[in-house]
Ligand binder design. Structure first.
Ligand code: GDP
Length: 459
């Protein structure tokens, strides 16, 4: 994904401190330089980078740091906080809130209530496509969504919405003859209120560029439909140049959330993030493809955790709830809680990973596992995982279930396992090292209360 490169660079800058026992001014400066360079290279706006750096320096005040505080930890926390603030639309975690900031909390519609969501954005941003994805997302969650096409500007807009809506089996409303978008929007919302739709989505017109006529139209539609939420749809591939339009939209209507589309592309994502910060509204979803299912709910802390290679336990648990057999999920959660991580558990996780889809996206959610994905990517990662599983296939039950596998293998046993598996000793050593490293991570997480736990599933 677009922002992975940024995450890798920041994570490696932070990791570079691990080689040193004491973090002094010089080291900290070098690390911060790497971090700011990474942000600038990914197109985050200069003033935002300057402000982030200032906030981080203030937080990691080496001179005044209380003794015993770990400078690396403090720095990591400060970077995490700043990135989170940037993505939450505030762009400033220092506490000096900019006016109108609506950063906190994730918005969700209330089931069974009146939820009218107005979509705004420039033509081509992906509004119409995203409206249907959004409806589909909430239909799967048990809502009764409906779609209103108030775009009378673009020829074919109604047909596009109608086609998408029909495919997704979502009720829709629009008109070929009425030319006033506010009239259509009002009639559509009224119709679906009567039909007890609890999520009425209004797709408004776009224009090639922001212009007064469009903004006037948006105001009128807002005044007749009284939306409970206004979502600004932004094309992430246009980078920082989206900043002006984001500002213009946010100052015309009460933008409460942003959906960034086309994050599956290769543009520098930092520019889009800078633009989002102009709206002072949080990112609610990201679009990662043209298909109806390619809309991902956006949770800032999970995203930043993943970005920095720290894993995303919450996302992992959700994904596991969808796919992994209940018994296996519970065992893993127990291991997280107790800090014991056997070879067998590693084997089972590899098995699960194979069923969960692209391994790099899943592995990036597991703390520590992101590092196991070789730079070459997917194919190599899968190969490596399979080779480790073949080695584990040659182990005895006692070895698989030992709480301290790395200590019980002597050279003879290692050779025997390699022979049985037809693998090289170097691969066996890698497996033991990885297992030890993951075990250590589990140890650190000992006692953490797992999200959705109490059983592994919070359902
Ligand atoms: P609108 O003018 O804002 O209503 O934009 P459309 O919904 O018609 O989308 C414009 C183009 O962007 C279409 O070709 C969509 O398929 C494409 N699109 C929308 N969202 C995404 C996305 O997340 N990823 C990709 N790759 N394409 C997208």
């Amino acid at each position: 994904m677009v922002l992975n490169d940024l995450g890798n660079k920041i994570a490696s800058a932070l990791r570079s401190l691990n080689a040193h026992v004491v973090v002094d001014e010089e080291l900290l400066d070098a690390c911060l330089k790497d971090i700011t360079n990474a942000l600038l290279a990914s197109d985050v706006a200069v003033p935002l980078v300057v402000r982030m750096k200032k906030n981080i320096v203030r937080e990691v005040d080496l001179d005044n740091m209380a003794s015993g505080m770990n400078a690396k930890k403090v720095l990591e926390r400060a970077v995490f906080k700043e990135l989170t603030a940037l993505l939450n639309g505030g762009g400033d975690a220092s506490g000096t809130k900019t006016s109108g900031t609506k950063t906190s909390g994730t918005w969700t519609p209330k089931k069974g209530k009146r939820n009218v969501v107005m979509f705004v954005g420039l033509q081509g941003a992906g509004k119409t496509t995203t409206c249907t994805k959004f409806a589909h997302y909430y239909a799967k969650k048990g809502f009764k969504p409906s779609l209103v096409c108030a775009d009378t500007f673009r020829a074919g807009a109604f047909d596009q919405l109608k086609q998408n809506a029909t495919k997704a089996k979502i009720p829709f409303y629009g008109s070929y003859t009425e030319s006033d978008p506010a009239t259509i929007a009002a009639a559509g919302v009224k119709r679906f209120e009567e039909e007890k739709s609890d999520l009425i989505i209004v797709d408004t017109s776009g224009r090639h560029k922001q212009e007064e006529a469009l903004f006037e139209e948006m105001r009128e539609i807002a005044s007749v439909t009284e939306p409970t939420m206004t979502i600004f749809v932004m094309d992430s591939s246009i980078g920082q140049s989206a900043s002006d339009q984001a500002k213009a939209f946010a100052s015309t209507v009460d933008v409460g959330g942003v959906i960034m589309t086309k994050l599956d592309g290769h543009a520098k994502g930092g520019g889009a993030i800078s633009a989002v910060s102009e709206t002072k509204a949080p990112i609610l979803f990201i679009g990662t493809g043209e298909h109806i299912g390619e809309l991902e709910a956006f949770e800032t802390t999970s995203f930043v955790s993943k970005l920095l290679g720290m894993g995303d336990i919450k996302g992992l648990v959700e994904k596991m709830n969808e796919i992994v057999p209940e018994e296996s999920a519970e065992k893993l959660m127990e291991a997280f809680g107790s800090g014991t991580f056997t070879m067998r558990l590693l084997y089972e996780q590899f098995q699960n990973l194979q069923n969960m889809g692209p391994i790099s996206s899943i592995m990036s959610m597991v703390p520590g596992m992101a590092d196991m994905i070789p730079k070459g990517g997917e194919e190599q990662g899968t190969k490596r995982m399979k080779s480790m599983m073949v080695l584990m296939d040659s182990m005895t039950d006692a070895e698989l279930d030992a709480p301290n596998a790395s200590k019980i293998f002597n050279v003879k046993r290692m050779e025997r396992v390699c022979r049985g598996a037809g693998r090289l000793p170097s691969e066996m050593i890698t497996l033991l090292e990885e297992h030890k490293r993951l075990g250590k991570m589990m140890g650190k997480m000992k006692g953490i209360k797992m999200p959705g736990a109490g059983g592994a599933r919070g359902r």
